[in-house]
Write a protein that binds this ligand. Structure first.
Ligand SMILES: O=C(O)CCC(=O)C(=O)O
Ligand SMILES: [Fe+2]
Length: 358
């Protein structure tokens, strides 16, 4: 009985991902036939308007498949990640770029971006960026950098241990203790795959699995404001420019009870205990790291796939892409999704429809 239940649940998961992917593919492909390349680029400049334009068609495609936006939404918010296969056609791509920005304008990258905005729109998430990261571009290339750019080169070729993105920003519903303008971290990390010849996986560590491996003592410790979280590399220069200094959170708690479940903010590489010698705080964090190592799910993305990683109930990372750059090497695009309905006007950069502060 149990086995039957599990396998049905699994089929259900794959089915809804398949329907979601198809609905977006059909809606965007159809929309593409009625616009010029120029009009597509204009759409990307105003993701909110583009979402409103695409939503009815996606809803219609979902309905045709006995599904609805509400179902997809509820599903996405309950899962550590969704892997949507073959959402778009990665056509006419130039060589893989060698920097975060700009994303080159080609048919395949525009479709990847429009499709990402569409996927996020259906799950009630605005497509957003932070002004302090990569100049605030809505989409960035995740690629390997050539030698000569120090830490950026090194990190670009390396594996990434588990983290939430925008880790120094508060969870949605909370404020930064010092500066209320600081917007929340994203609800979703959206990765669109353009190239991945070696099938280097993105990795996901579901929080539910991590919690099962932690003692109640560890769980108590991880909720105490006794950790320091430093900025992730990509935000450092931008924060100095906008805030005058790197944002560091001094009294951070790492896990938060949330409606009978949990949310997390954490980064292996930028989190420390606040007071040296706090043995219980260190042990709890070590236990969390050990749990992460035991719960890694590999999610290799194929060109045309889009992954939506839930940044509240999962950590993510990746295996090492290796040092080869440019040409036909690994190329993902990243943007963020956030429910922006409760944001204050000051949490946006003035004059932008998608760039959050800082
Ligand atoms: O390259 C990947 O698969 C994920 C990268 C990532 O998590 C990041 O750049 O923050
Ligand atoms: Fe990340």
């Amino acid at each position: 009985m149990y086995i039957i239940f599990v396998s049905l649940a699994l089929v259900g998961t794959q089915l809804i991902e398949e329907i979601f992917s198809q609905a977006v593919r059909f809606a965007v492909t159809n929309w593409r036939t009625g616009v010029t390349f120029e009009q597509m680029l204009n759409g990307l400049a105003c993701p909110g308007d583009l979402s409103r334009e695409l939503l009815p068609a996606i809803e219609h495609e979902l309905n045709k498949r006995n599904c609805s936006g509400a179902e997809v939404r509820a599903f996405a918010w309950s899962q550590p990640f969704l892997k949507l296969e073959a959402v778009f056609q990665p056509s006419e791509l130039p060589d893989t770029p060698i920097n975060f920005c700009p994303v080159p304008d080609a048919e395949g990258t525009v479709l990847a971006r429009v499709s990402a905005i569409a996927c996020l729109a259906i799950i009630n998430s605005a497509s957003v960026s932070y002004g302090s990261e990569n100049g605030g571009d809505l989409f960035v290339n995740l690629v390997v950098f050539p030698p000569g750019r120090g830490k950026f080169t090194e990190k670009s070729a390396d594996k990434m241990t588990g983290h939430t993105d925008g880790v120094t920003f508060p969870l949605r519903g909370y404020s930064d203790p010092v500066n209320e303008r600081i917007a929340p971290s994203p609800d979703f990390v959206c990765l669109s795959a353009l190239r991945n010849p070696n099938e280097v996986p993105t990795t996901v560590m579901p929080l539910e699995r991590l919690m099962e491996r932690l003692s109640s003592e560890h769980i108590k410790e991880l909720q105490k404001p006794q950790y320091i979280i430093g900025s992730q590399l990509t935000f450092r220069d931008g924060m100095v420019e906008i805030l005058g200094d790197e944002l560091e959170v001094d009294d951070a708690q790492l896990i938060f009870p949330m409606n009978g479940s949990w949310w997390i903010r954490f980064s292996h590489s930028t989190t420390q205990i606040a007071e040296i010698g706090q043995k219980s705080a260190q042990e709890a964090m070590d236990a969390l790291k050990k749990a992460c190592a035991e719960c890694v799910i590999a999610v290799p993305l194929q060109p045309g796939d889009i992954a939506l990683v839930n940044n509240r109930i999962a950590l993510h990372g990746r295996s090492a892409p290796g040092k080869e750059f440019g040409g036909q090497t690994r190329w993902l695009l990243r943007t963020y999704g956030l429910d922006v309905s409760d944001l204050a006007p000051g949490q946006w950069h003035e004059g932008s429809t998608f760039m959050l502060y800082p």
